[in-house]
Each structure stands twice: as C-alpha cells, then as structure tokens.
Ligand binder design. Structure first.
Ligand code: DOR
Length: 444
C-alpha cells in the first residue's frame, strides 16, 4: 500500500508511552495517522528530524495571559507566542483577568478572543466565587473550560474565597477536578507585619510554609468530606509533598520550574523583586523536597505559572511590587537542562507535561503520540546549548528571571494539530489556536 500523508516528521527519536526510538510520524488532517518506518510513503512535506527528539506536545496547565484588562503586561496573542517559541503546544489560562472570568459572558468572550488569535491551543479556568456558586455546574462544563479555579489565599487580582463554609458550597456543586491556589488567607493576614519594606527576602517569611500546608490540608479535608477531586497548584514546600503522598486518591498536584530551580535567600539577593512569586520560592531544603516529589511520582504535572508584570511594576519597592514572573517560554529549556543534568528522565518530563495533564483533566486526543490523536509535538535538541536572554522572550513583559542563564537542551519546533507553528526560533504559521477538548465537556 502506498500511503500518502500531509506531513511526515522523518527519523526523529520519538519519546512515548512505547519508550524511546527512531521513528517516522505521518500526519494527516491535523491528526497522527501512523507511526513507524514510513520510507515508502509520500507526503506533501517531509521534515527531517534526525538527531532531534519528538515529544508529545508540552502542555502548560497554569498561565496568566492578562487579557482582558491587564494587557500592558500580556495578551492572549503575545502570551501564546511566547508559549510556542518555547515549545508549548497548549495552555490553561487563569481567571484573574479584568473583568474576572467568573461569568458565562466573560468566559465566552475569552474563547472568542483566543480563537485563531492564539498560537497554541488553549483552555480557560472559570473563577469560583461566593457569588457564582450556583452557576458553576453549568460554567465548568462549557467547551474550552479547564475547570474551576479558586484562590483561597489572595494573590494578583480580586479572586478570593478564604473560608471553609464558602469553599464547601463550591465543592458541593462542582463535578470536575478543581484547581486551587493554596495559601491560608487568615495566616497571611496575621503575618503581614513580617514583611520588611525594600527586602523581598521577607516574602517567604510572610507567606510561610505553614500557610501553604494549612491551606492544602483544609482543601484535602473538604475534598474528602464532599467526595470531590482537587488539584493543588504550584507546590512550594516539602511538607505538602509528604502530606499529598498520602492523599493521591483525592488530590493531584503541580510543581513549577522556578520552585525546582531557584532557592531563597540567593534568588532574592540576586534578582530582588523579579524572584517574588506567590507562593514564594523558599529555601533549598524545600526545593529538594519538591524534587523528591518529582522522583517519587507524587507530582502529577509541571505548570509554569507564567505571571507577567512589566519591569516598571516590578521595580516598585517591596511589598508594593506585584508577585509574578514570566515562565511559559522557559519551561521546556530549563527542564531539559535538568534532564541533561540527570535530575529527571526525559520520560518523566513527558509524563509531567503531556501524559499527566491529559490524564488529570481528561483531555480528548492529546497527551500521547498515538495514531488518532492531535498531531501536537514539541521537537527538542537535547545537545544544543543556548543562553536564555530577555531578548528571546516573546512575552509583552519582555523579561525573564533566567536572563543570561546557559542551558543544555532547547525547543526547536512546535507543532499544533499538524501545523508547524515554530521552527528554529521563527514563527512559521499564522495563529491557529483552538479550544482544547475535554471528555467532560464534549458536546452531545
Ligand atoms: O505570583 C503570582 N502571581 N502567583 C499567583 O498565583 C498569581 C500570579 C499573578 O497573576 O500575577
């Protein structure tokens, strides 16, 4: 049989549920049509991937792209451009925009803004509040919705549900896995006097490890009481890792590259408020604890928590400076550098960035290189050494805390549903981003 494909990715090392090996991948109509030795087949385009690794598309399940309302920092176009430049094929975007994404109107507006304007595929979280509880069952099932997100400690923006009674009401009505920013608001308020003006080293003293652990424990208890599933975002403490190990039936969790890469106090001494994030980057023993969570399989996914602010905003004196740093573009290179340094395997990286998100959030046709799935690929050169620079960052914020950091392992290609959207540092296709499809939101 003489097969014909739209595209063949030729002779790349495919990293997959099947292990790792040199294969060709045939793509037709945006889907993976065949994997194997396709030397006899013809194709509209053959892309030589010899010497490169082809990973299932990397999905970043926590980004803040700031549109609408805060577009001096970022918008859906610039944020997603930064994503594909960094090898990311899909993002889940957060609801702390202005207006907040807490109504059907705001949610639908975001989907419209993203459609074929974003460079990668996308889903949006709906913010859970006291006011919209009764609407959440409907809202969380809108096509393109990643689920409900609740801030139980305040961060950037006005989203906050801090008390157990209101949280319980939300837990009771929702069906899907919900995502949480877990820092205990009462403790954060009590400890505010510990902030030292002009000294971001006091950030993790104020927002301490107990505030994070207390919040995570409260959420797990509520999940157990109501029989629901939770996803704890950006784990920052070794105590939460050990705690969540014993609650995997109800709770999944995320680690970020910055909590795995930076440590206090050094990061604050070197970067000042550029290292200021919620929850904070903590001491090296917490970083080691999160790595233990990666090694032991306790962490389910990596998310960048890409949270851009302009350099002018970040230049304010701590604590007036906003919390957040860019991250969507540096997730792949930083983590590949960790792979090259022997801190995790390439298979575990794939588990954390494609298989993991697909499994937790029940995505349709994403997360594995398998015939019939979307042809989303992150093509990487594991041998390439590069220096990350602000100039390379496509985010409107135009800075990275890793400016000047040399890494080994680099994203050289991004494919979204069969289209090559980035190749060797250039955007190669006009924006084609569409909503991610979830098993729980497929239309009948
Ligand atoms: O540091 C942070 N910044 N943490 C968050 O959870 C929110 C984010 C933002 O939106 O700026």
């Amino acid at each position: 049989m003489n097969q014909h494909f739209d595209t063949i990715l030729k002779s790349g090392t495919v990293v997959n549920q099947d292990g790792e090996g040199v294969r060709d991948i045939g793509v037709t109509n945006g889907r993976i049509a065949a994997i194997g030795s396709l030397g006899q087949a013809s194709a509209g385009e053959v892309i030589d991937c010899k010497g490169l690794h082809i990973l299932p598309g990397v999905m970043d399940t926590q980004v803040h792209f700031r549109e609408p309302g805060l577009t001096q920092k970022e918008d859906l176009e610039t944020g997603s451009r930064s994503a594909v430049m960094g090898g990311v094929t899909a993002v889940f975007e957060m609801p702390n925009t202005n207006p907040l994404t807490v109504t059907e109107e705001a949610f639908t507006d975001k989907i419209k803004r993203g459609h074929h304007r974003m460079h990668c595929d996308f889903a949006f979280f709906i913010g859970g509040t006291r006011e919209n509880v009764q609407d959440l069952p409907e809202l969380e099932r809108a096509p393109g919705c990643a689920g409900v997100k609740v801030f139980i400690g305040s961060s950037t923006g006005a989203l906050l549900v801090e008390d157990d009674e209101s949280l319980r009401r939300i837990f009771k009505v929702i069906r899907r896995r919900a995502a949480f920013h877990a820092e205990d608001e009462y403790r954060l308020n009590e400890r505010k006097p510990l902030r030292i003006e002009g000294d971001p080293r006091s950030h993790p003293v104020w927002r301490d490890e107990t505030a994070a652990l207390m919040a995570t424990e409260r959420l797990v208890n509520l999940a157990r009481e109501t029989g629901k599933r939770i996803h704890v975002l950006h784990i920052s403490t070794k105590e939460e890792i050990l705690y969540l190990r014993d609650h995997k039936d109800v709770a999944s969790c995320e680690a970020t590259p910055h909590h795995l890469t930076m440590a206090a106090p050094e990061c604050y001494e070197r970067l000042g408020t550029l290292a200021q994030m919620n929850p904070p980057v903590r001491s090296a023993d917490h970083r080691a604890g999160i790595w233990y969570g990666i090694e032991q399989g306790i962490i389910d996914v990596l998310g960048s928590d890409h949270a851009p602010h302009t350099l002018e905003e970040k230049a304010k004196t701590y604590p007036a400076s906003p919390s957040g740093m860019t991250g969507v573009q540096t997730l792949v290179p930083l983590m590949l550098d960790h792979v090259n340094a022997g801190r995790l395997s390439l298979q575990r990286f794939v588990d954390l960035t494609s298989a993991g998100p697909a499994r937790l959030f029940n995505m349709a046709c994403k997360g594995r290189i398998a015939a019939g799935n979307d042809a989303d690929f992150t093509v990487v050169d594991l041998k390439r050494s590069e220096t990350i620079t602000n100039k390379w960052i496509a985010s409107r914020a135009a800075w990275t805390p890793y400016d000047g950091v040399r890494v080994q392992g680099w994203p050289v290609g991004t494919f979204v549903r069969g289209k090559r959207v980035m190749w060797q540092g250039e955007l190669t296709t006009p924006s084609i981003g569409e909503p991610v499809r979830f098993l729980e939101t497929l239309k009948p």
